[in-house]
Structure formats: structure tokens, C-alpha cells
Write a protein that binds this ligand. Structure first.
Ligand code: AMP
Length: 279
């Protein structure tokens, strides 16, 4: 891949965008592909279910894999380069033992609290991909807001020369954020799951009405989510600074309202950016 890219990438030559994914592609992924296509001459999509970012007892083995459908979808979009390693060794050669950690954005914050090692796996694989592709831009979804902040941070801290571009969250018509993991939901779980979005939307309405107290915004969201059904169990619901992930007590600037919840056995995440109402 590196050799191929070196041949097509000459000084002043085509620009390259990278869209890293774990496959089982849906409209959320394709929206990022379209952003990439609109901004770059060449678009590369990576499809790699990264073992390093799954903890023991998580869903690495059963994570949906559908490479044929993924390749069809990407070819319909006009993507020219797909990197879908068949073996982990194409990314992590034998003896690989380097890792990239970005502690302050992760430790004790949001998903970092519940998925030890997850973000180290994400930071490491993204760094390897960035070094391999050397893209001008990399497009990530706002859906994974903590991941987005982390990738922005490592790109900057390690001077990787890649601009990280964010794409908005793509939702189903009932508000549920698209996710490869939505495939795990039973019919009843799928019916209850949109309450997560409705809770975020409720907090958005409160903020638009002038509410700035974090406690009240969180309570508004929590009550709607919990009323969504008996299969939903909140894991966290927090208002944080979108860049630093630090807790915000007051919505005195843009804030990230982030949620993780189990719906049945499936863990889903979602978020909304809240802005204080103009005074
Ligand atoms: P994944 O395959 O889940 O690792 O996701 C690959 C990329 O797609 C990440 O940058 C995600 O944030 C992004 N993504 C996943 N779901 C959505 C969605 N519903 N809307 C926008 N981006 C998404």
C-alpha cells in the first residue's frame, strides 16, 4: 500500500483522504466517504476490526464482518482505494509492541472509564494507519466524539501532518444513531433504543430555552431515556468539554452531552453538541 501510494503521490499531485472504519458499512460511514470525496482527489477507506481496541469479554469475535457488501457500497460511491487486511499481521507485524496513549482525554472519562485499553488501541491503530497512508485529511464521525477528540490530539501532538475532519452523526428516521452494532438489537430492543436520542434532544430543547445548569440538562435527558423502556440501562450520561472531555457544570460554551447505554446486552453510544442559547 505504501509503495502504491508513493507512486501516485508526487509533490503537488493528488491529495489523499483516509476514512478509517471497522467495516459493516452503513450510511454513517458512507457520509464520511462523501465528505472525503468532496475534499480530496483520492479517497482511501480502511476496513479493519482492530483487535487491540477490544477488551476481554467484548464483541471482537462476533463483530459484524461483511466485506463483500462493504466493497460493493464503496465501489458504488466511487472509492478508489480500499485497504482491508486479511490478517492482523498486515498492520501489526510480529513482535509489535508499540502503543500510543493519550491519557488525559481518556483516563476516567466517558468510555475510557468503562473500556480500559480501548482508546490506546484506537490511538495506536490510527497512528499506524496515518504513518502508512500519510493522508492530507482523515475523516471521522462525530458519533464517536471521544475518539474524535483523541485522534485530533494525537495528530497534533505527534505532528502527523494530517487534518482531522469531522462528519455529523447520521441517524435512522426515528433518531437512533446508525451503528454497526445496531444489528445486534432484537425487535423490542430496536423499538426502545431511540429513547437515547430523544433524551439528548430533550436536553437540546432545554438548552435552547436558556437552561445552562448541567444538572438540569442531564436530568432532563436522563428522565426521557429511562422512560424509554425496561431494556435500557444507562452507563454514563455526562456534559463535557468537546475537546478536553472535562466535566462542565455550566453550559457557558459549547458542550458535549455524551451517553453510553446498554439496550439489552448491546452497548450503544450517542451524543449531542449543545450550545448555550443567545442571551
Ligand atoms: P466504526 O466502523 O464504527 O469504527 O466507525 C468508523 C467511522 O465511522 C468512525 O469515524 C465513526 O465515528 C464513524 N461513524 C460511525 N457511525 C456513524 C454515524 N452514525 N454517523 C456518522 N459517522 C459515523
Amino acid at each position: 500500500m505504501r509503495g502504491h501510494l508513493e507512486r501516485v503521490r508526487v509533490e503537488g499531485g493528488p491529495s489523499l483522504a483516509l476514512v478509517p472504519t471497522m467495516g459493516a458499512l452503513h450510511e454513517g460511514h458512507l457520509s464520511l466517504v462523501r465528505i472525503a470525496l468532496g475534499r480530496s482527489d483520492l479517497v482511501a477507506v480502511s476496513i479493519f476490526v482492530n483487535p487491540m481496541q477490544f477488551g476481554p469479554g467484548e464483541d471482537f469475535a462476533k463483530y459484524p464482518r461483511d466485506i463483500e457488501s462493504d466493497l460493493d457500497l464503496l465501489s458504488d460511491e466511487g472509492v478508489g482505494i480500499v485497504f482491508a487486511p486479511e490478517s492482523d499481521a498486515e498492520l501489526y507485524h510480529e513482535g509489535f509492541c508499540t502503543s500510543v496513549a493519550c491519557r488525559s482525554l481518556v483516563e476516567d472519562r466517558l468510555c475510557g472509564r468503562f473500556r480500559p485499553g480501548h482508546f490506546e488501541g484506537v490511538a495506536t491503530v490510527c497512528t499506524v494507519l496515518f504513518m502508512m497512508f500519510r493522508p492530507d485529511i482523515a475523516v471521522f464521525g462525530q458519533k464517536d466524539a471521544q475518539q474524535l477528540a483523541l485522534v485530533r490530539r494525537i495528530a497534533k501532538d505527534l505532528r502527523l501532518g494530517v487534518e482531522v475532519v469531522a462528519g455529523p452523526i447520521v441517524r435512522e428516521t426515528d433518531g437512533l444513531a446508525m451503528s454497526s452494532r445496531n444489528r445486534y438489537l432484537s425487535a423490542e430492543e430496536r423499538r426502545q433504543a431511540p429513547a437515547i436520542y430523544r433524551g439528548l434532544a430533550r436536553a437540546g430543547e432545554l438548552a435552547a430555552g436558556g437552561e445552562t445548569r448541567s444538572r438540569v440538562l442531564l436530568e432532563g435527558a436522563r428522565s426521557v431515556i429511562e422512560a424509554g423502556g425496561d431494556l435500557i440501562r444507562l452507563q454514563y450520561l455526562e456534559l463535557v468539554d468537546p475537546m478536553t472531555m472535562e466535566t462542565m457544570r455550566e453550559l457557558d460554551r459549547e458542550g458535549l452531552l455524551a451517553v453510553a447505554a446498554h439496550v439489552g446486552p448491546t452497548r450503544l453510544i450517542d451524543n449531542a453538541l449543545l450550545t448555550p442559547a443567545p442571551r
